[in-house]
Ligand binder design. Structure first.
Ligand code: TPW
Ligand code: MG
Length: 539
Protein backbone atom coordinates (compact mmCIF):
# COMPACT_ATOMS: atom_id res chain seq x y z
CA UNK A 1 0.00 0.00 0.00
CA UNK A 2 1.19 3.56 -0.55
CA UNK A 3 0.92 6.54 1.77
CA UNK A 4 -1.89 8.32 -0.03
CA UNK A 5 -4.09 5.21 -0.24
CA UNK A 6 -3.40 4.54 3.45
CA UNK A 7 -4.50 8.10 4.22
CA UNK A 8 -7.67 7.86 2.11
CA UNK A 9 -8.63 4.51 3.65
CA UNK A 10 -8.07 5.95 7.12
CA UNK A 11 -10.20 9.00 6.36
CA UNK A 12 -13.01 6.74 5.23
CA UNK A 13 -12.63 4.43 8.23
CA UNK A 14 -12.88 7.46 10.53
CA UNK A 15 -16.21 8.46 8.99
CA UNK A 16 -15.30 10.80 6.11
CA UNK A 17 -17.69 10.46 3.18
CA UNK A 18 -16.40 12.89 0.59
CA UNK A 19 -13.57 15.26 -0.24
CA UNK A 20 -13.76 18.91 -1.27
CA UNK A 21 -10.71 20.45 -2.87
CA UNK A 22 -8.79 22.55 -5.37
CA UNK A 23 -5.54 21.10 -6.74
CA UNK A 24 -2.21 22.81 -7.42
CA UNK A 25 1.14 21.43 -8.51
CA UNK A 26 2.16 20.44 -4.98
CA UNK A 27 -1.13 18.53 -4.63
CA UNK A 28 -1.57 17.12 -8.15
CA UNK A 29 -0.11 13.67 -7.39
CA UNK A 30 -2.44 13.25 -4.39
CA UNK A 31 -5.46 14.42 -6.39
CA UNK A 32 -4.58 11.81 -9.01
CA UNK A 33 -4.78 9.09 -6.35
CA UNK A 34 -8.02 10.54 -4.96
CA UNK A 35 -9.62 10.44 -8.40
CA UNK A 36 -8.27 7.12 -9.61
CA UNK A 37 -8.73 5.18 -6.36
CA UNK A 38 -12.37 6.25 -5.97
CA UNK A 39 -12.07 5.64 -2.22
CA UNK A 40 -13.98 8.86 -1.52
CA UNK A 41 -15.85 11.04 -4.03
CA UNK A 42 -14.10 14.31 -4.94
CA UNK A 43 -15.87 17.65 -5.41
CA UNK A 44 -13.74 20.51 -6.68
CA UNK A 45 -14.96 24.07 -6.16
CA UNK A 46 -13.70 27.45 -7.40
CA UNK A 47 -12.03 29.24 -4.47
CA UNK A 48 -10.47 27.71 -1.34
CA UNK A 49 -12.67 29.56 1.17
CA UNK A 50 -15.60 27.67 -0.32
CA UNK A 51 -13.70 24.37 -0.02
CA UNK A 52 -13.26 24.99 3.70
CA UNK A 53 -16.88 26.05 4.25
CA UNK A 54 -18.28 23.10 2.26
CA UNK A 55 -16.13 20.59 4.18
CA UNK A 56 -17.19 22.25 7.44
CA UNK A 57 -20.90 22.02 6.56
CA UNK A 58 -20.50 18.38 5.51
CA UNK A 59 -18.86 17.66 8.87
CA UNK A 60 -21.66 19.44 10.72
CA UNK A 61 -24.47 17.68 8.94
CA UNK A 62 -23.19 14.13 9.15
CA UNK A 63 -21.43 14.55 12.48
CA UNK A 64 -18.19 13.06 11.17
CA UNK A 65 -15.04 14.44 9.61
CA UNK A 66 -15.24 16.73 6.58
CA UNK A 67 -12.19 16.73 4.30
CA UNK A 68 -10.61 19.71 2.52
CA UNK A 69 -7.63 19.06 0.24
CA UNK A 70 -5.63 22.01 -1.09
CA UNK A 71 -2.26 22.91 -2.46
CA UNK A 72 0.59 24.47 -0.50
CA UNK A 73 0.68 28.20 0.22
CA UNK A 74 -1.74 29.94 -2.12
CA UNK A 75 -4.30 27.20 -1.57
CA UNK A 76 -3.94 26.41 2.12
CA UNK A 77 -3.47 30.00 3.21
CA UNK A 78 -6.61 30.91 1.27
CA UNK A 79 -8.46 28.54 3.58
CA UNK A 80 -7.26 29.93 6.91
CA UNK A 81 -10.49 31.81 7.66
CA UNK A 82 -12.91 28.89 7.15
CA UNK A 83 -10.70 26.60 9.20
CA UNK A 84 -10.49 29.19 11.96
CA UNK A 85 -14.30 29.25 11.84
CA UNK A 86 -14.45 25.47 12.06
CA UNK A 87 -12.03 25.55 15.00
CA UNK A 88 -14.12 28.13 16.84
CA UNK A 89 -17.40 26.35 16.13
CA UNK A 90 -15.98 22.89 16.81
CA UNK A 91 -16.43 21.35 13.38
CA UNK A 92 -14.10 18.39 12.66
CA UNK A 93 -12.50 19.26 9.31
CA UNK A 94 -9.41 17.39 8.13
CA UNK A 95 -7.18 19.70 6.11
CA UNK A 96 -4.75 17.91 3.80
CA UNK A 97 -2.28 20.22 2.10
CA UNK A 98 0.19 19.26 -0.59
CA UNK A 99 3.72 20.50 0.02
CA UNK A 100 7.12 20.65 -1.66
CA UNK A 101 8.99 17.34 -1.73
CA UNK A 102 11.84 16.78 0.71
CA UNK A 103 14.46 16.99 -2.04
CA UNK A 104 13.11 20.27 -3.37
CA UNK A 105 13.34 21.92 0.00
CA UNK A 106 17.06 21.08 0.24
CA UNK A 107 18.18 22.83 -2.96
CA UNK A 108 18.57 26.17 -1.21
CA UNK A 109 16.19 28.06 -3.51
CA UNK A 110 13.04 29.78 -2.37
CA UNK A 111 10.09 27.77 -3.68
CA UNK A 112 6.96 29.16 -5.25
CA UNK A 113 4.02 29.61 -2.83
CA UNK A 114 6.54 29.86 0.02
CA UNK A 115 5.77 32.73 2.41
CA UNK A 116 8.46 33.26 5.06
CA UNK A 117 9.91 29.83 5.68
CA UNK A 118 8.84 26.43 4.38
CA UNK A 119 7.12 25.62 7.64
CA UNK A 120 5.28 28.96 7.95
CA UNK A 121 2.10 27.30 6.77
CA UNK A 122 2.41 24.49 9.31
CA UNK A 123 2.88 27.03 12.08
CA UNK A 124 -0.09 29.11 10.94
CA UNK A 125 -2.26 26.00 10.98
CA UNK A 126 -1.03 25.09 14.47
CA UNK A 127 -3.03 28.10 15.67
CA UNK A 128 -6.33 26.93 14.17
CA UNK A 129 -6.23 23.13 14.38
CA UNK A 130 -6.09 20.81 17.39
CA UNK A 131 -3.48 18.38 15.97
CA UNK A 132 -0.99 18.43 13.11
CA UNK A 133 1.46 16.16 11.31
CA UNK A 134 3.83 16.42 8.39
CA UNK A 135 3.82 13.07 6.58
CA UNK A 136 7.46 13.18 5.51
CA UNK A 137 8.41 9.76 6.91
CA UNK A 138 6.59 6.70 5.55
CA UNK A 139 7.45 4.61 8.63
CA UNK A 140 5.88 6.95 11.17
CA UNK A 141 3.09 8.17 8.87
CA UNK A 142 0.44 5.55 9.79
CA UNK A 143 0.77 6.29 13.52
CA UNK A 144 0.82 10.04 12.86
CA UNK A 145 -2.35 9.83 10.74
CA UNK A 146 -4.05 7.75 13.44
CA UNK A 147 -3.07 10.20 16.18
CA UNK A 148 -4.29 13.23 14.23
CA UNK A 149 -7.61 11.68 13.13
CA UNK A 150 -8.25 10.50 16.70
CA UNK A 151 -7.77 14.07 17.93
CA UNK A 152 -10.11 15.35 15.22
CA UNK A 153 -12.91 13.09 16.44
CA UNK A 154 -12.24 13.34 20.18
CA UNK A 155 -11.99 17.15 20.22
CA UNK A 156 -14.38 17.73 17.29
CA UNK A 157 -12.06 20.32 15.84
CA UNK A 158 -10.06 20.70 12.62
CA UNK A 159 -6.70 18.96 12.14
CA UNK A 160 -3.88 19.53 9.67
CA UNK A 161 -1.94 17.00 7.59
CA UNK A 162 0.86 18.09 5.27
CA UNK A 163 1.70 15.69 2.46
CA UNK A 164 4.98 16.39 0.60
CA UNK A 165 4.41 15.58 -3.05
CA UNK A 166 7.27 13.07 -3.25
CA UNK A 167 5.68 11.02 -0.43
CA UNK A 168 2.36 10.36 -2.18
CA UNK A 169 3.42 7.01 -3.61
CA UNK A 170 5.85 5.99 -0.86
CA UNK A 171 5.21 2.40 0.32
CA UNK A 172 3.49 2.48 3.68
CA UNK A 173 1.61 0.28 6.17
CA UNK A 174 -2.15 0.73 6.61
CA UNK A 175 -3.32 3.03 9.41
CA UNK A 176 -4.41 1.36 12.66
CA UNK A 177 -7.00 3.53 14.37
CA UNK A 178 -6.26 4.42 18.00
CA UNK A 179 -8.87 4.12 20.74
CA UNK A 180 -10.62 7.02 22.44
CA UNK A 181 -8.63 8.43 25.32
CA UNK A 182 -9.63 6.74 28.58
CA UNK A 183 -11.57 8.39 31.37
CA UNK A 184 -12.02 7.48 35.01
CA UNK A 185 -15.40 5.76 35.50
CA UNK A 186 -15.46 6.75 39.18
CA UNK A 187 -14.99 10.41 38.31
CA UNK A 188 -17.75 10.07 35.73
CA UNK A 189 -20.09 8.51 38.31
CA UNK A 190 -19.37 11.21 40.89
CA UNK A 191 -19.89 13.89 38.28
CA UNK A 192 -23.23 12.47 37.09
CA UNK A 193 -24.44 12.16 40.70
CA UNK A 194 -23.47 15.73 41.48
CA UNK A 195 -25.22 17.06 38.36
CA UNK A 196 -28.45 15.25 39.21
CA UNK A 197 -28.34 16.34 42.85
CA UNK A 198 -27.79 19.92 41.74
CA UNK A 199 -30.70 19.79 39.26
CA UNK A 200 -32.90 18.10 41.86
CA UNK A 201 -32.30 20.86 44.43
CA UNK A 202 -32.93 23.64 41.94
CA UNK A 203 -36.12 25.69 41.81
CA UNK A 204 -36.03 26.30 38.04
CA UNK A 205 -33.49 24.13 36.22
CA UNK A 206 -33.14 24.59 32.44
CA UNK A 207 -31.28 22.47 29.89
CA UNK A 208 -29.48 24.35 27.11
CA UNK A 209 -28.17 22.28 24.21
CA UNK A 210 -25.09 23.31 22.22
CA UNK A 211 -23.26 22.08 19.13
CA UNK A 212 -21.17 19.42 20.86
CA UNK A 213 -24.36 17.38 21.26
CA UNK A 214 -24.57 17.09 17.50
CA UNK A 215 -20.83 16.86 16.89
CA UNK A 216 -20.67 13.76 19.10
CA UNK A 217 -23.83 12.21 17.60
CA UNK A 218 -25.86 12.49 20.81
CA UNK A 219 -29.11 14.11 19.68
CA UNK A 220 -31.36 11.07 20.20
CA UNK A 221 -29.87 10.33 23.59
CA UNK A 222 -30.07 13.94 24.70
CA UNK A 223 -33.71 14.09 23.57
CA UNK A 224 -34.36 11.07 25.81
CA UNK A 225 -32.40 12.70 28.63
CA UNK A 226 -34.49 15.87 28.27
CA UNK A 227 -37.71 13.85 28.48
CA UNK A 228 -36.55 11.93 31.54
CA UNK A 229 -35.32 15.02 33.32
CA UNK A 230 -38.57 16.80 32.48
CA UNK A 231 -36.71 20.08 32.15
CA UNK A 232 -37.50 22.86 29.72
CA UNK A 233 -35.02 22.58 26.82
CA UNK A 234 -33.63 25.37 24.68
CA UNK A 235 -30.75 25.50 22.21
CA UNK A 236 -27.97 28.06 22.09
CA UNK A 237 -27.79 30.33 19.03
CA UNK A 238 -25.06 28.21 17.44
CA UNK A 239 -27.00 25.10 18.46
CA UNK A 240 -30.10 26.22 16.53
CA UNK A 241 -31.30 23.28 14.43
CA UNK A 242 -30.24 20.66 16.96
CA UNK A 243 -32.85 18.14 18.08
CA UNK A 244 -35.02 19.21 15.10
CA UNK A 245 -35.33 15.57 14.04
CA UNK A 246 -36.23 14.34 17.53
CA UNK A 247 -39.34 14.69 19.68
CA UNK A 248 -37.47 16.40 22.50
CA UNK A 249 -39.55 18.91 24.49
CA UNK A 250 -37.76 21.81 22.78
CA UNK A 251 -38.99 25.34 23.45
CA UNK A 252 -36.80 27.37 21.11
CA UNK A 253 -33.47 29.17 20.99
CA UNK A 254 -31.97 31.41 23.65
CA UNK A 255 -30.69 34.68 22.17
CA UNK A 256 -30.91 36.92 25.23
CA UNK A 257 -32.53 40.27 24.54
CA UNK A 258 -32.84 39.35 20.85
CA UNK A 259 -34.98 36.29 21.52
CA UNK A 260 -38.48 35.50 22.67
CA UNK A 261 -39.10 37.07 26.12
CA UNK A 262 -40.49 33.83 27.61
CA UNK A 263 -37.32 31.87 26.73
CA UNK A 264 -35.04 34.70 27.82
CA UNK A 265 -36.74 34.92 31.22
CA UNK A 266 -36.65 31.18 31.70
CA UNK A 267 -32.89 30.97 31.04
CA UNK A 268 -31.88 34.10 32.86
CA UNK A 269 -33.94 33.26 35.97
CA UNK A 270 -32.75 29.68 36.14
CA UNK A 271 -30.92 28.70 39.31
CA UNK A 272 -29.41 25.65 37.59
CA UNK A 273 -28.65 26.26 33.93
CA UNK A 274 -27.30 23.01 32.49
CA UNK A 275 -25.13 23.94 29.48
CA UNK A 276 -24.68 20.69 27.59
CA UNK A 277 -22.04 21.13 24.89
CA UNK A 278 -22.65 24.89 24.68
CA UNK A 279 -19.71 27.08 23.63
CA UNK A 280 -19.61 29.82 26.25
CA UNK A 281 -19.34 32.72 23.79
CA UNK A 282 -20.75 36.23 23.59
CA UNK A 283 -23.20 35.29 20.84
CA UNK A 284 -24.42 32.26 22.80
CA UNK A 285 -24.62 33.81 26.26
CA UNK A 286 -23.54 37.43 26.16
CA UNK A 287 -26.56 39.08 24.59
CA UNK A 288 -28.45 39.11 27.85
CA UNK A 289 -29.77 42.14 29.64
CA UNK A 290 -28.77 40.57 32.93
CA UNK A 291 -25.40 39.03 33.69
CA UNK A 292 -25.78 35.26 33.65
CA UNK A 293 -23.90 34.00 36.68
CA UNK A 294 -21.99 31.00 35.34
CA UNK A 295 -21.25 29.87 38.91
CA UNK A 296 -24.91 28.86 39.06
CA UNK A 297 -24.57 26.80 35.91
CA UNK A 298 -23.42 23.31 35.08
CA UNK A 299 -21.15 23.33 32.04
CA UNK A 300 -20.15 20.29 30.01
CA UNK A 301 -17.82 21.28 27.18
CA UNK A 302 -14.43 20.28 25.80
CA UNK A 303 -14.37 17.01 27.78
CA UNK A 304 -14.68 18.90 31.03
CA UNK A 305 -17.57 19.42 33.45
CA UNK A 306 -17.73 22.50 35.68
CA UNK A 307 -20.31 22.66 38.47
CA UNK A 308 -19.98 25.87 40.42
CA UNK A 309 -16.43 25.64 41.73
CA UNK A 310 -16.01 21.92 41.07
CA UNK A 311 -14.18 20.91 37.90
CA UNK A 312 -14.17 17.36 36.54
CA UNK A 313 -11.51 17.06 33.83
CA UNK A 314 -11.62 14.33 31.17
CA UNK A 315 -15.36 13.66 31.15
CA UNK A 316 -16.36 13.08 27.52
CA UNK A 317 -19.88 14.15 26.61
CA UNK A 318 -21.14 10.78 25.31
CA UNK A 319 -20.34 8.77 28.45
CA UNK A 320 -21.69 11.65 30.58
CA UNK A 321 -25.06 11.53 28.82
CA UNK A 322 -25.10 7.72 29.19
CA UNK A 323 -24.30 7.96 32.90
CA UNK A 324 -27.10 10.48 33.45
CA UNK A 325 -29.58 8.32 31.53
CA UNK A 326 -28.58 5.25 33.55
CA UNK A 327 -29.50 7.13 36.75
CA UNK A 328 -32.94 8.30 35.60
CA UNK A 329 -36.14 6.24 35.54
CA UNK A 330 -37.46 5.48 32.07
CA UNK A 331 -41.02 6.70 32.69
CA UNK A 332 -41.83 10.22 31.64
CA UNK A 333 -42.24 12.87 34.31
CA UNK A 334 -45.13 15.34 33.89
CA UNK A 335 -44.51 17.62 30.94
CA UNK A 336 -43.21 21.03 31.99
CA UNK A 337 -45.74 23.80 31.52
CA UNK A 338 -43.93 25.92 28.98
CA UNK A 339 -45.22 26.80 25.55
CA UNK A 340 -42.86 26.07 22.66
CA UNK A 341 -42.09 29.05 20.42
CA UNK A 342 -44.74 29.72 17.75
CA UNK A 343 -43.40 30.54 14.31
CA UNK A 344 -45.10 32.86 11.80
CA UNK A 345 -47.25 31.23 9.14
CA UNK A 346 -49.80 32.15 6.49
CA UNK A 347 -48.10 34.83 4.39
CA UNK A 348 -50.67 36.67 2.26
CA UNK A 349 -49.71 36.39 -1.43
CA UNK A 350 -50.43 40.07 -1.99
CA UNK A 351 -48.70 43.05 -3.58
CA UNK A 352 -47.12 44.32 -0.37
CA UNK A 353 -43.33 44.76 -0.43
CA UNK A 354 -41.26 41.97 1.15
CA UNK A 355 -40.06 42.45 4.73
CA UNK A 356 -37.41 40.12 6.17
CA UNK A 357 -39.91 38.39 8.49
CA UNK A 358 -42.11 37.63 5.45
CA UNK A 359 -39.27 35.47 4.11
CA UNK A 360 -39.32 33.31 7.26
CA UNK A 361 -43.11 33.08 7.03
CA UNK A 362 -42.97 32.03 3.38
CA UNK A 363 -40.39 29.34 4.21
CA UNK A 364 -42.59 27.99 7.03
CA UNK A 365 -45.57 27.83 4.68
CA UNK A 366 -43.49 26.05 2.04
CA UNK A 367 -42.11 23.49 4.51
CA UNK A 368 -45.62 22.87 5.93
CA UNK A 369 -46.89 22.12 2.44
CA UNK A 370 -43.93 20.28 0.95
CA UNK A 371 -41.85 18.99 3.85
CA UNK A 372 -38.84 20.25 5.77
CA UNK A 373 -35.55 21.09 4.10
CA UNK A 374 -32.10 21.42 5.67
CA UNK A 375 -31.02 25.06 5.70
CA UNK A 376 -27.65 26.80 5.37
CA UNK A 377 -27.45 30.50 6.14
CA UNK A 378 -24.76 33.12 5.98
CA UNK A 379 -24.23 35.85 8.57
CA UNK A 380 -26.38 38.97 8.18
CA UNK A 381 -30.12 39.27 8.56
CA UNK A 382 -30.46 35.92 6.75
CA UNK A 383 -29.25 34.19 9.94
CA UNK A 384 -31.46 36.19 12.28
CA UNK A 385 -34.60 35.72 10.23
CA UNK A 386 -33.87 31.98 10.27
CA UNK A 387 -34.71 32.12 14.00
CA UNK A 388 -38.33 32.57 12.90
CA UNK A 389 -38.19 29.50 10.67
CA UNK A 390 -39.61 26.33 12.25
CA UNK A 391 -36.95 23.99 13.70
CA UNK A 392 -35.18 22.11 10.93
CA UNK A 393 -31.60 21.02 10.35
CA UNK A 394 -29.55 24.22 10.13
CA UNK A 395 -25.92 25.13 9.58
CA UNK A 396 -25.05 28.76 10.26
CA UNK A 397 -21.97 30.65 11.48
CA UNK A 398 -23.65 31.52 14.78
CA UNK A 399 -20.49 32.30 16.72
CA UNK A 400 -17.47 32.97 14.48
CA UNK A 401 -19.83 34.77 12.07
CA UNK A 402 -17.84 34.65 8.86
CA UNK A 403 -19.50 35.98 5.73
CA UNK A 404 -19.27 33.76 2.67
CA UNK A 405 -20.34 30.62 4.53
CA UNK A 406 -23.91 30.21 3.25
CA UNK A 407 -23.62 29.22 -0.40
CA UNK A 408 -20.65 26.82 -0.12
CA UNK A 409 -22.13 25.37 3.09
CA UNK A 410 -25.34 24.65 1.21
CA UNK A 411 -23.35 22.84 -1.50
CA UNK A 412 -21.61 20.87 1.24
CA UNK A 413 -25.01 19.90 2.67
CA UNK A 414 -26.25 18.57 -0.64
CA UNK A 415 -23.01 16.70 -1.37
CA UNK A 416 -23.02 15.14 2.09
CA UNK A 417 -26.69 14.20 2.42
CA UNK A 418 -28.09 14.09 -1.11
CA UNK A 419 -30.98 16.18 0.25
CA UNK A 420 -31.94 19.41 -1.45
CA UNK A 421 -30.99 22.33 0.80
CA UNK A 422 -32.37 25.81 1.17
CA UNK A 423 -29.66 28.48 1.25
CA UNK A 424 -30.48 31.88 2.74
CA UNK A 425 -27.90 34.56 2.02
CA UNK A 426 -27.55 38.36 1.84
CA UNK A 427 -26.29 40.28 -1.18
CA UNK A 428 -23.03 41.24 0.54
CA UNK A 429 -22.20 37.64 1.40
CA UNK A 430 -23.34 36.47 -2.04
CA UNK A 431 -20.81 38.84 -3.57
CA UNK A 432 -18.12 36.85 -1.71
CA UNK A 433 -18.95 33.23 -2.54
CA UNK A 434 -22.15 33.19 -4.64
CA UNK A 435 -20.21 32.27 -7.79
CA UNK A 436 -19.69 28.80 -6.35
CA UNK A 437 -23.23 28.01 -7.53
CA UNK A 438 -21.60 27.57 -10.94
CA UNK A 439 -20.34 24.20 -9.66
CA UNK A 440 -23.86 22.82 -9.13
CA UNK A 441 -24.48 21.69 -12.68
CA UNK A 442 -21.64 19.21 -12.96
CA UNK A 443 -22.53 17.52 -9.68
CA UNK A 444 -26.31 17.62 -10.12
CA UNK A 445 -26.81 19.83 -7.06
CA UNK A 446 -29.99 21.90 -7.13
CA UNK A 447 -30.28 24.03 -3.98
CA UNK A 448 -32.98 26.64 -3.60
CA UNK A 449 -31.16 29.90 -2.91
CA UNK A 450 -33.04 32.74 -1.25
CA UNK A 451 -30.90 35.81 -1.76
CA UNK A 452 -31.99 38.84 0.27
CA UNK A 453 -30.97 41.81 -1.84
CA UNK A 454 -31.20 45.03 0.15
CA UNK A 455 -28.25 46.56 -1.76
CA UNK A 456 -26.68 46.95 1.63
CA UNK A 457 -24.43 45.68 4.36
CA UNK A 458 -27.54 46.06 6.44
CA UNK A 459 -26.28 44.49 9.63
CA UNK A 460 -23.41 46.96 9.69
CA UNK A 461 -25.75 49.83 8.84
CA UNK A 462 -27.80 48.87 11.87
CA UNK A 463 -24.77 49.47 14.08
CA UNK A 464 -23.57 52.60 12.25
CA UNK A 465 -26.35 54.17 10.16
CA UNK A 466 -24.35 57.28 9.26
CA UNK A 467 -21.80 55.42 7.08
CA UNK A 468 -22.42 55.58 3.35
CA UNK A 469 -19.99 52.73 2.65
CA UNK A 470 -22.74 50.35 3.74
CA UNK A 471 -24.67 51.17 0.54
CA UNK A 472 -23.94 48.45 -2.00
CA UNK A 473 -24.68 48.58 -5.71
CA UNK A 474 -27.57 46.55 -7.08
CA UNK A 475 -25.95 43.61 -8.86
CA UNK A 476 -29.06 42.01 -10.46
CA UNK A 477 -28.00 38.56 -9.28
CA UNK A 478 -31.00 36.73 -10.74
CA UNK A 479 -29.82 37.63 -14.23
CA UNK A 480 -26.51 35.86 -13.61
CA UNK A 481 -28.18 32.58 -12.66
CA UNK A 482 -28.61 31.26 -16.20
CA UNK A 483 -24.94 31.84 -17.02
CA UNK A 484 -24.04 29.78 -13.95
CA UNK A 485 -26.26 26.90 -14.99
CA UNK A 486 -29.28 27.65 -12.84
CA UNK A 487 -32.49 29.64 -12.98
CA UNK A 488 -33.08 32.99 -11.37
CA UNK A 489 -36.00 35.26 -10.64
CA UNK A 490 -36.20 38.65 -8.95
CA UNK A 491 -39.22 39.22 -6.71
CA UNK A 492 -40.49 42.45 -5.14
CA UNK A 493 -43.83 41.54 -3.55
CA UNK A 494 -45.03 38.92 -1.12
CA UNK A 495 -47.19 37.36 -3.83
CA UNK A 496 -44.20 37.05 -6.16
CA UNK A 497 -42.14 35.54 -3.33
CA UNK A 498 -44.74 32.90 -2.49
CA UNK A 499 -45.16 31.91 -6.15
CA UNK A 500 -41.40 31.86 -6.80
CA UNK A 501 -40.78 29.59 -3.81
CA UNK A 502 -43.50 27.19 -4.94
CA UNK A 503 -42.14 27.12 -8.49
CA UNK A 504 -38.55 26.64 -7.28
CA UNK A 505 -39.63 23.75 -5.11
CA UNK A 506 -41.26 22.02 -8.09
CA UNK A 507 -38.29 22.49 -10.45
CA UNK A 508 -35.57 19.94 -9.80
CA UNK A 509 -32.17 19.46 -11.41
CA UNK A 510 -30.84 23.06 -11.47
CA UNK A 511 -30.22 25.55 -8.73
CA UNK A 512 -33.08 28.00 -8.26
CA UNK A 513 -32.07 31.52 -7.28
CA UNK A 514 -34.80 33.72 -5.84
CA UNK A 515 -33.59 37.28 -5.45
CA UNK A 516 -35.93 38.87 -2.90
CA UNK A 517 -35.71 42.65 -3.04
CA UNK A 518 -35.93 44.19 0.42
CA UNK A 519 -35.76 47.89 1.31
CA UNK A 520 -32.63 49.24 2.94
CA UNK A 521 -33.33 49.76 6.63
CA UNK A 522 -35.80 46.86 6.88
CA UNK A 523 -34.68 44.22 9.40
CA UNK A 524 -36.06 41.09 11.01
CA UNK A 525 -37.35 41.70 14.54
CA UNK A 526 -34.61 39.41 15.89
CA UNK A 527 -31.79 41.37 14.23
CA UNK A 528 -33.30 44.66 15.41
CA UNK A 529 -33.40 43.40 19.00
CA UNK A 530 -29.90 41.89 18.67
CA UNK A 531 -28.40 45.18 17.51
CA UNK A 532 -30.18 47.12 20.25
CA UNK A 533 -28.95 44.60 22.81
CA UNK A 534 -25.34 44.71 21.65
CA UNK A 535 -25.37 48.52 21.48
CA UNK A 536 -26.79 48.87 24.98
CA UNK A 537 -24.20 46.41 26.35
CA UNK A 538 -21.42 48.55 24.88
CA UNK A 539 -22.60 51.78 26.46
C1 TPW B 1 -15.61 37.62 6.06
C2 TPW B 1 -18.44 41.85 8.76
C3 TPW B 1 -20.90 41.24 9.22
S1 TPW B 1 -22.46 41.40 8.56
C4 TPW B 1 -21.92 42.26 7.22
C5 TPW B 1 -20.53 42.44 7.28
C6 TPW B 1 -19.77 43.17 6.23
C7 TPW B 1 -22.88 42.72 6.16
C8 TPW B 1 -23.51 41.55 5.46
O1 TPW B 1 -24.18 42.01 4.31
P1 TPW B 1 -25.25 41.10 3.60
O2 TPW B 1 -26.38 40.89 4.71
O3 TPW B 1 -24.67 39.79 3.29
O4 TPW B 1 -25.81 41.86 2.45
P2 TPW B 1 -27.27 42.02 5.41
O5 TPW B 1 -28.48 41.29 5.89
O6 TPW B 1 -26.48 42.56 6.56
O7 TPW B 1 -27.58 43.07 4.40
N1 TPW B 1 -16.09 40.00 6.45
C9 TPW B 1 -16.34 38.72 6.78
N2 TPW B 1 -17.22 38.39 7.72
C10 TPW B 1 -17.87 39.37 8.39
N3 TPW B 1 -18.71 39.01 9.37
C11 TPW B 1 -17.69 40.74 8.06
C12 TPW B 1 -16.77 41.00 7.08
C13 TPW B 1 -19.94 41.84 8.43
MG1 MG C 1 -27.44 43.01 2.29
Amino acid sequence: MNLSAALLDALKAHGAREIFGIPGDYALPFFKVIEESGILPLYTLSHEPAVGFAADAAARIHAGPGVAVVTYGAGALNMVNPIAAAFAEKSPVVVVSGAPGKGEAQRGLLLHHQAKSLDSQYRIYEEITCAQACLDDARSAPAEIARVLRACLSCSQPVYLELPRDMVNAPCEPVQAVAEPAYDPEALAACADEILARLHRARSPVLMIGVEVRRFGLEEKVAELARRLGLPVVTSLLGRGLLAQTDAPLLGTYIGVAGLPAITELVENSDALFLLGVIVSDTNLGVSAVHIDLRMSIQALNRRVTIGHHVYPEIPLGPLVEALLARLPAQRPAAPRHEPAAYPRGLPADDAPIRPLDIATAINDLMDARGKMPIATDIGDCMFLAMDVEHTALVAPGYYASMGFGVPAGLGLQAATGERPLIIVGDGAFQMTGWELGNCRRYGWDPIVLLINNASWEMLRAFQPESKFNDLDDWHFAEAAAALGGEGVRVHTRGELVRALGAAQRRRGRFQLIEAMVARGAMSPTLARFVEGVKSKRT
